[in-house]
Design a protein around this ligand. Structure first.
Ligand SMILES: [Zn+2]
Length: 222
């Protein structure tokens, strides 16, 4: 089984569904995860009031991101209800979205809304045009994180940034729980995995344990 982040074959099975990379420490699902199926089965009708806690959580995440957002064009990928990017003031804002936004909330937002698969939407974004990408609890759902980071690298201006929050693979309990509890979480990265991903492309300017289970990191284009 090849590591989904560093591509090392030095990996071992944790159980029938999950493996661990012995080179970079990433935990990953043995199969390609069908994002649409697993994700939609697990949650997500954001119009359902039972997800109000999640809506609130999205608003709170902005407090972690706000100081690292550069002036200019901000694009959030997988922004759920848009309540993070809606709080960005002085930038032209674009939102790319996989789930459906709450219609009432969208009406109040001045956001360019692009719906579709990440790879298709990114094809419509010019190279060297984005100052900041935000991905709040998104990359753990992807089958090919290295490919996406390469795409984002080409879309970023010089010194542009990617702001990422995700599960903490360096926390032995938290990392494993993220994989066991979430069939829709494809990869759980460690700091070492980020170092490997960023080599010759990005400088990691922030890497912070937000909680026992989540990290927040800032990658700056070199
Ligand atoms: Zn690896």
């Amino acid at each position: 089984m090849k590591c989904k982040i560093c591509k090392s074959e030095n990996t071992r099975f944790i159980n029938a569904n999950i493996s661990k990379c012995l080179k970079c420490g990433t935990l990953f699902k043995n199969k390609t995860v069908d994002y649409d199926k697993e994700y939609k089965d697990y949650w997500f009708d954001l119009n359902d009031k039972k997800f109000d806690w999640y809506v609130k959580d999205q608003e709170n995440w902005f407090n972690y991101f706000k100081d690292d957002i550069k002036k200019g064009t901000v694009m959030e990928i997988g922004g759920a209800n848009g309540l993070i990017i809606n709080q960005v003031n002085d930038s032209k804002i674009i939102l790319q979205e996989l789930e459906d936004i709450r219609p009432n909330e969208l009406r109040n937002m001045r956001i360019k809304f692009m719906k579709g698969k990440i790879e298709n939407v990114l094809s419509n974004i010019k190279s060297n045009s984005i100052d900041t990408f935000i991905m709040c609890n998104v990359i753990e759902h992807l089958n090919d994180v290295p490919k996406l980071l390469n795409r984002l690298y080409s879309k970023l201006k010089d010194k542009g940034r990617i702001l990422i929050s995700t599960d903490d693979g360096d926390n032995p309990m938290g990392g494993l729980m993220a994989q066991l509890n979430h069939t829709e979480h494809t990869v759980t990265l460690t700091k070492n995995a980020f170092n490997i991903l960023c080599k010759d492309k990005f400088k990691i300017t922030k890497y912070w344990n937000v909680s026992d289970y989540l990290i927040y990191t800032v990658l700056e284009k070199e």
